[in-house]
Design a protein around this ligand. Structure first.
Ligand SMILES: N[C@@H](CCC(=O)N[C@@H](CS)C(=O)NCC(=O)O)C(=O)O
Length: 288
């Protein structure tokens, strides 16, 4: 743990007793820690995830596709409990060598296609099924601009602001100031964009909204980090208007609870294998 007198040594060494919220899963090396195959269900799309903002992006997209009547997008969503190290199983590392949720395998192709990185999964699904990524080059480019913006910006919000404001074992003013400044700057970027446009990338609802909402939407709605007041979320009126509008979409209401293991019990559907699972969402269907 750091204190004001800390001087970095010549060569960093791993202090396994380092403390902090993620000390038990953080390691300075990659790869599997144990042999275990991933389960495979009945649908072509097999999702291995957790209902964090990065996980929600994909389950929202899948629910939006199903709402459009794209039956081929039906999916099994398996729970990966990152706090217990499920992302380090040999099976998970085969699908994502980076050991982070979400990860997807599409068994409708031969051989099956692995897709990792939530932004890549959104693009893959949009291109495969032909929805939520405009075909017109300019509109498509603007959608990808915002998708890449989100993928580059969210680590400052989550790994920076959220970590030091909510999770770090000590409150470090320098770190909280630095990342609050950046989080607020990002919210201002979004607020200005949403003052001019109904959705993040323009007049159409796209994968950019599905990527941005779980992060910045959840923050201004007070759903993550309990930081809405601290960040003065009410001042980002356009972000709030958009966040509420996206939150009211039925597919978003479903997608945001899939693989979720925190929050109210009626907002936790630990695994999803069928549309009817939303009727029994408090049951933990985790396979041992
Ligand atoms: N850039 C990645 C980030 C994914 C990510 O950070 N996932 C986190 C949960 S939100 C995770 O799996 N953490 C587990 C770990 O770090 O061991 C993406 O967009 O898919």
């Amino acid at each position: 743990m750091s204190d004001n007198n800390y001087q970095p040594p010549k060569v960093w060494t791993w202090n396994q007793q380092g403390g902090g919220a993620f000390a038990n899963i953080n390691r300075p090396v990659s790869g599997a820690t144990h042999e275990k195959e991933l389960p495979v269900g009945k649908h072509p799309l097999q999702l291995y995830s957790l209902g964090t903002p990065n996980g929600q992006k994909v389950t929202i997209m899948l629910e939006e596709l199903l709402a459009k009547g794209v039956t081929g997008a039906d999916y099994d969503a398996w729970l990966i409990r990152i706090g217990e190290g499920d992302q380090f199983s040999s099976g998970f590392v085969e699908v994502n060598p980076n050991s982070k949720i979400p990860a997807l395998r599409d068994h409708s192709t031969m051989p099956p296609t692995r897709v990792f990185e939530s932004g890549a999964i959104l693009v893959y699904l949009a291109e495969k099924y032909g929805y939520f990524l405009p075909k017109d080059l300019a509109a498509r480019t603007e959608t990808l601009n915002w998708l890449f913006w989100l993928q580059g910006s969210a680590p400052f919000l989550g790994g920076g602001f959220g970590h030091f404001y909510s999770y770090a074992p000590v409150k470090i003013e320098y770190a909280i100031d630095r990342f609050t400044m950046e989080a607020k700057r990002q919210l201002d970027v979004l607020d200005k964009q949403l003052a001019e446009h109904k959705y993040v990338a323009g007049n159409e609802y796209t994968i950019a909204d599905m990527a941005v909402w779980p992060w910045y939407g959840n923050v201004v709605l007070g759903n993550v980090y309990d930081a809405a007041e601290f960040l003065d979320a009410g001042s980002y009126k356009n972000v709030l208007r958009w966040a509420n509008e996206i939150a009211s979409r039925p597919a978003v209401k479903r997608g945001r609870i899939v693989n979720r293991t925190n929050g109210p019990l009626n907002e936790q559907l630990h695994e999803r294998h069928d549309a009817s699972d939303f009727d029994t969402q408090t049951e933990d269907k985790r396979q041992s």
